[in-house]
Ligand binder design. Structure first.
Ligand code: ADP
Length: 449
């Protein structure tokens, strides 16, 4: 039996047993009490009746009549005079009866008195009814019959108790199994997950909290599986991305170090080493940013930013690099508009997008930034007339390390992390980013806040 079923079973069993024990005890003693009270009452009433008859006719004949009558029943009568001497009785007066008579108090109230109520240990229960100015009428009843009755009652109680206990054991067994089965199944599932097996097959557990827990375990297992796969893919990409520039650096450093290499070649190789090192450091920085975003230690410090002025300053900053490549950079802004954004991170978003627009456009084209409001939201587009992104790649460009042109040797070769960072940052601002592009015509990135 599982530990949890055992625990629940024991707690359940003990609780119910206690409640039942208490109820049984209460029922048992109240039945006995009322039964004994009935016996005592009827004994006293019978004595009082005899007393009433004797009060109306205290004759030898009546006395004889009463004793004869009692000698045929389970009860017995003893009539005494005022000095306590026995006048008549339906049974032989033994020492025990004599003791009760002697111990009876002097002034007894008219309704009579119970002299002995110990049905368990004494031979008789007894009562007395005072007979005005003549003596007393004592009534006795043998306790054997009551004892027999109670013994029978006890037997029934024991039987019922044992039956109840055994059925309770069975019910507890079933119930605890029934309650704990889903928990045990889920425990097995999580143990499997811990061992790296994510194919969790939990039965449908209903719509209650346990059912929800089961669903959550399934979802978590899927997520964990996905994350693990992603992590290994990500690590593979990172090591590949780091290894390539390092190979270049090592190779060119080797050649540059040879005595036979001419000074011009040396400086050319050193230039390449420099570029590769810069690329590596950019890559590491991007990775660090992404790691921070994944860890959620990355915080967005929002401020109110006046969008047009903000975009204008970025335009100024980027112009030299666009001019160098002979690409125009325009900015149109539909009136003043204020947004809540982290200025440093928001600038990073726009610079990343503008960098791409510049990298992937030819000389003589135009790139433009356009900000406007539409149905209460701020829209920001960054548009270029560059080479565009093929349809089949559009869904993937926001993924980490995804590049349309897979060959790193291309002069444009970035890390493929820029758009992944942009997307994370836009989402951290509570916004969305969309992409529209046609190969050969250009690309539009639209941010909606
Ligand atoms: P990279 O560092 O390679 O530019 P990104 O994540 O910024 O990485 O971009 C992913 C890929 O999307 C790029 O390799 C490029 O092929 C494509 N891309 C991004 N922006 C543009 C654009 N404006 N025009 C054409 N292609 C683009």
């Amino acid at each position: 039996m599982d530990r949890i079923s055992l625990k629940i079973g024991i707690v359940f069993f003990l609780t119910i047993s206690m409640v039942e024990g208490f109820l049984f005890y209460y029922l048992h003693s109240s039945i006995i009490h009322s039964r004994i009270d009935e016996e005592l009452d009827s004994l006293l009433t019978r004595g009082n009746n005899h007393r009433d008859i004797l009060e109306t006719s205290y004759t030898a004949e009546t006395i004889h009549h009463i004793t004869t009558m009692e000698s045929r029943t389970e009860t017995h009568v003893v009539i005494t005079d005022q000095s306590g001497e026995v006048v008549a009785s339906s049974i032989p007066v033994d020492q025990y009866i004599q003791n009760i008579i002697t111990a009876a108090p002097m002034n007894i109230r008219r309704s009579g008195l119970i002299l002995e109520d110990d049905w368990q240990d004494k031979k008789y229960i007894a009562s007395v009814s005072p007979l005005a100015e003549k003596g007393n009428v004592y009534m006795f009843k043998n306790t054997q019959r009551v004892q027999g009755l109670i013994a029978k009652l006890n037997k029934h109680f024991w039987l019922a108790g044992i039956l109840l206990l055994s059925s309770m054991v069975i019910i507890t067994l079933f119930l605890s199994r029934f309650i704990t089965k889903p928990v045990i199944k889920m425990n097995e599932a999580t143990l499997k997950i811990r061992q790296g097996d994510y194919s969790v097959a939990l039965p449908h557990l209903g719509k209650d909290e346990l059912g929800e827990l089961g669903e959550s375990i399934k979802v978590l297992a899927d997520d964990l599986n996905h994350i693990k796969q992603q992590r290994s893919e990500f690590l593979a990409s990172i090591s590949h991305e780091l290894r390539t520039p390092l190979t270049y650096i090592k190779g060119y450093a080797d050649i540059a170090g040879r005595a036979s290499t001419s000074p011009e070649d040396k400086s050319k190789y050193l230039q390449i080493i420099n570029e590769e090192a810069a690329r590596l450091s950019g890559l590491v920085k991007s990775l660090f940013d992404l790691a921070k975003m994944d860890e959620n230690t990355f915080s967005i410090q929002k401020e109110t930013v006046e969008l047009c002025g903000f975009l204008h300053s970025i335009q100024m900053k980027m112009l030299p690099s666009f001019n160098e490549k002979n690409i125009k950079l325009n900015l149109t802004c539909d009136g003043e508009s204020y947004i809540e954004a982290d200025p440093v991170r928001f600038e990073q978003i726009i610079i990343n997008l503008l960098d791409n627009a510049r990298k992937y456009s030819d000389a003589g084209t135009t790139a433009s930034i356009h900000a406007f409001k539409k149905s209460g939201r701020t829209h920001l587009t960054i548009e270029d007339e560059g080479k565009g992104i093929p349809k089949e790649d559009q869904a993937w460009v926001f993924d980490r390390f995804y590049r349309v042109d897979k060959s790193r040797s291309s002069s444009l070769g970035g890390s493929g992390l820029g758009l992944a960072i942009v997307k994370e940052l836009v989402e951290a601002h509570g916004g969305k980013i969309k992409l529209k592009s046609e190969p050969g015509k250009g690309t539009i990135f639209e941010i909606i806040l």
